[in-house]
Design a protein around this ligand. Sequence first.
Ligand code: GDP
Ligand code: IMO
Ligand code: MG
Length: 431
Amino acid sequence: MTKIDVLFGLQWVDEVKGKIVDVLTPRYDVVARFQGGPNAGHTLEFNGTKHVLHIIPSGIFHQEKINLIGNGVLIEPRIFRQEIEALAEKGVDAVKNLYISKKAHLILPSHRMMDATNEQAKGNSKIGSTLKGIGPAYTDKIARTGIRVGDIMAPDFIERYGQLKRQHLTMARAMGFDVDAFRIDGMELGEYEKVWLESLATLKRFRFVNSEYFINQCLREDKKVLAEGAQAMMLDIDFGTYPFVTSSNTITAGVCTGLGVAPSAIGKVMGITKAYCTRVGAGPFPTELFDETGKRLCELGHEYGATTGRPRRCGWIDLTALRYACMVNGVTELYVTKPDVMNDFDTVNMCTAYDIDGRQTDEIPFEYNTARITPLLTPFEGWKQSLQGITRYGDLPEKLRLYLAAIEQQTGVDIAAVSISPDRKDVVFKQ
Ligand code: GDP
Ligand code: IMO
Ligand code: MG
């Protein structure tokens, strides 16, 4: 029996997970998403075109490989349909190689309305949700009131749908939300519901499977499986910067619950980090830069959300947070991305510890949201050189290699590869 490898984000999202999964897919037989939903935006770029995936695994462009949406994922049928149509325009017929867990939960239009309701109710302490309905859909899953993909086929599906929708409407109105003024993509709720229900026909064209049996059978047959994370460690519902998090377990442990595999079946744990750091939405970010350097990182790194288009907050790499991520997840190898964004920097800083009210620590405090944290920065000389065309690790500029070696030394984890441009071909493997 072979083991399942995991690839996931170590920071606050958008670490280039999608691209690295796409690059690694030729080494695997199956690529499986285990959590999250359309809040994710995973960008792939090859042959001069760019593609953003939200619910569909990033192995989909390799048509001889199986892609699986696991039980831990949330599916919004209309967004799913849009993704399928966008793939079809690029000549990819996903019906052939995309399987969906019957146990994956559905995001209803009214879940999206509840997301907006909850954000409105939070006033000044908004999370900055992507408003795709993630929190409310996972809430219904835990409350045992959710509706799953397999339920679409049940004779009482519409009845259950209506019942859940009515619950949401009652809640939203009780919370003072203006239901009539609410729009999704310019459509009022009833209108969007129609499109949503029509989109179920697209979903039904796919193979619904008991994915826990499917995946374990693959492992028994020594097929190679790669689990693709969405969001990232620091947005994990348990270990992230609560309440400024997403509503799923984004960590390695999420693979077990989101796909139905045993902890002992986990193989490589591949963690991705940018060479700097970004965050979208609200919440603590100790190394955030509010100056010109922050703006430069945003502009040069094109740091705008793949799902929402919002500018991402930018700052230096945070080794305190990274060590925490490595500890909780048992990371066995690192992927470092986007150092090219800092090619022109005279100095590149790395946060190696925090100062909290005069006390130095390398732990993430419980009071992360309120503590007055000053990041303790170690400066590195910039490499001041383009990385274009580099294919061998040894050919990376020496000053960049020193910076990368410091990341390895600080985390105790070896780097497997470095990504140096958005394109699929620009990943420099160390071995
Ligand atoms: P994900 O959510 O982790 O899959 O990451 P996103 O797709 O949201 O964001 C990553 C962004 O960085 C995308 O716009 C990619 O095209 C871009 N990108 C990927 N790798 C590199 C790289 O090595 N260098 C640069 N400059 N951009 C990259
Ligand atoms: P990928 O997989 C960027 C952020 C939102 C918000 C918080 C909660 O592309 O890295 P949610 O919609 O989950 O209720 O939002 O999490 N967020 C993301 N930001 N990329 C993502 O996914 C995100 N998924 C969630 O901005 O702060
Ligand atoms: Mg993203």
